[in-house]
Unconditional design. Sequence first.
Length: 301
Amino acid sequence: MANISAISFAVRTASNASAHPIKLSHAQQLVVAAFGYKSLAAFQASPLEAPALDDAAHFVLDGELLDERIHELGLPNSIPEVAMFVKTAFAQRLPRARLHETVDDLHYYITTVVDDQVLNDDVVSGEIASTNGDGIDEIYIPVDDIDLEALPPLGQSFEQELEGHITMNIDTERPYSGHKIVVRATLAFERTGKVSISEPVCEVVAAGLDRNWSDDDDYEIPKVSLAQALADETGLLVQEAEELVDAEVIANESNDGMVYGYVFDFSNYASSTTAAKLEAKYGSLQLEVAPWFFERVLAEA
């Protein structure tokens, strides 16, 4: 069983090989400071701390308070040195726990867990397979910022409903069937201490291909000029894209009229400077765009 005494003893042991070994009473004060407490008594009296630390999977250590405590105790050890003692102690006593320097680091870890578990969900995988996708373009499942102080009491579960999407790159050699998978999921974990939580778990509640890409009455695509649309697509300046607006456009379509995309041929329209930029990016002066490209282009007057 890992507890504050075991972690403190491990800190003391780790310091024995240094030029300035830390006695056990000081090690205890340093560890509780890293846990966000000003004293061992405050830690022991806190309703946020379980008797053992074994259920804690992630800690956000309070580096500022740890630094303060080192100076208050008058220890000759440097801050990086003490931090290394603490990390060594955790590696020995809680080898599966992760230490995070900031809450933002913990938030980033949780978002990677969400992304990974969503992508590996069987339903999501099936919906991805039903698209004409050529690899994932974006996974966007936003997670609210983590506020450790606002989490439920010890042992109670924190849950957050997540809504987002996965978009796919378009394989223009296959009929277009949609490229966006809408995802709803839940995120859950428990508070295990003032600065610690259990391993976060994400479960997909629902996932489905957005099939309203051609008839969505609730969403109006913002309209822009053709020059602006080409600038957005290519990364050119709008002034450079203005050169290209009269270029020939050919629909890439199947025998039954299914449009896979549109091909612009800029050969006779791009200046030498603009042509050099296009060739550097695309390898030619032809550009193929998605089948919905013109949906956001303003109609000519």
